[in-house]
Design a protein around this ligand. Structure first.
Ligand SMILES: NC(=O)c1ccc[n+]([C@@H]2O[C@H](COP(=O)([O-])OP(=O)(O)OC[C@H]3O[C@@H](n4cnc5c(N)ncnc54)[C@H](OP(=O)(O)O)[C@@H]3O)[C@@H](O)[C@H]2O)c1
Length: 269
């Protein structure tokens, strides 16, 4: 039997992680889940063939414990499991705004904790997760957390004080892109295209542009200049974006997300 992983809380993110692990080569025998709602637990057990356990029993056997409940449920969950955690276990916490210290303070001394900010494209194995080590983490713990999250996308390691910025960029980031996509689809309709055609054009354009960035490794400025011929159509459009201060709006928007993340994690919501 391989490393035992317990996923506590099998909602949207918990299922995303579970299905990613199984696709990446973990077996159903390696993973157990816990869940507050019995009908949800039964659904996932039937769908993935994994065992459902109570929280304390699941952590008693686990090498890695992944906390995937809402931030407001974390304190209660830690109280439930603190007495059953193996001293050598790694705790991976995926709850937005919960610090490693918050988790460490509620567990036996020296338990290793890694904090993660994931994002929703993990659903299609294109996630971007940022991991930060707590006080008692060593390289082996970080490697384990990384392997777990690489099942659903890319992973970077950052100092924990950057997690609010990470939340503003990659955590909330998919929503900004969806917003831009919505606006471009509306523009297509304004220009007389059927909505379905406009949607297909915009979605593929965004997908293609993202693939170009990733595959060529070129700076976005270089790629943008390649489609901006002198006095051409793209320059006419980009001038309008500059006139409407779209770049400045992105900077301000992400500062606001960073600040809101700080407020939420300090509990002054
Ligand atoms: N950056 C991102 O884009 C992103 C995206 C998703 C999630 N997240 C983080 O991931 C975490 C989970 O989010 P989610 O969307 O997956 O939430 P969710 O769908 O509500 O899933 C959490 C699940 O855990 C269950 N639960 C709560 N307390 C429990 C306990 N003590 N024992 C066992 N199960 C328990 C909940 O049951 P009930 O329904 O009964 O409450 C729910 O089914 C959050 O902390 C969030 O911050 C981040």
């Amino acid at each position: 039997m391989g490393e035992q992983v317990a996923i506590l809380g099998a909602g949207v993110m918990g299922e995303t992680l579970l299905s990613g692990l199984l696709r990446a080569g973990w077996t159903a025998a390696d993973v157990v889940i816990t869940e507050r709602r019995p009908e949800r637990a039964a659904e996932l057990a039937a769908k993935y063939g994994v065992q459902v356990m109570e929280n304390d029993a699941a952590v008693a056997e686990a090498d890695t414990v992944v906390l995937v409940v809402k931030p407001q449920d974390i304190a209660g969950l830690l109280e439930e499991i603190a007495g059953s955690i193996r001293p050598s276990a790694l705790i991976v916490c995926i709850a937005a705004g919960i610090t490693t210290q918050f988790v460490e303070d509620r567990l036996p001394p020296d338990v290793a904790v890694v904090r993660v900010m994931p994002n929703t494209p993990a659903l299609v194995d294109e996630g971007m997760a940022a991991i930060s080590p707590g006080k008692h983490c060593d390289g082996e713990h970080l490697a384990r957390a990384r392997a777990l999250l690489e099942a659903t996308g890319k992973v970077v390691q950052v100092a924990e004080h950057h997690q609010d910025a990470i939340t503003a960029i990659s955590g909330s980031g998919p929503a900004y892109i969806f917003y831009v996509v919505e606006a471009m689809i509306e523009a297509g309709v304004l220009l007389g295209l059927p909505r379905s055609t406009s949607t297909e054009l915009v979605v593929q354009t965004v997908y293609g542009a993202a693939a170009m960035l990733k595959e060529t490794g070129e700076h976005p400025t270089v790629l943008r200049e390649q489609v901006s011929s002198p006095a051409g159509t793209t320059m006419a459009a980009l001038r309008q974006l500059d006139d409407h201060k779209v770049r400045a709006a992105f900077l301000t928007a992400m500062e606001a997300a960073r600040d809101r993340s700080r407020e939420l994690s300090s509990g002054s919501a």
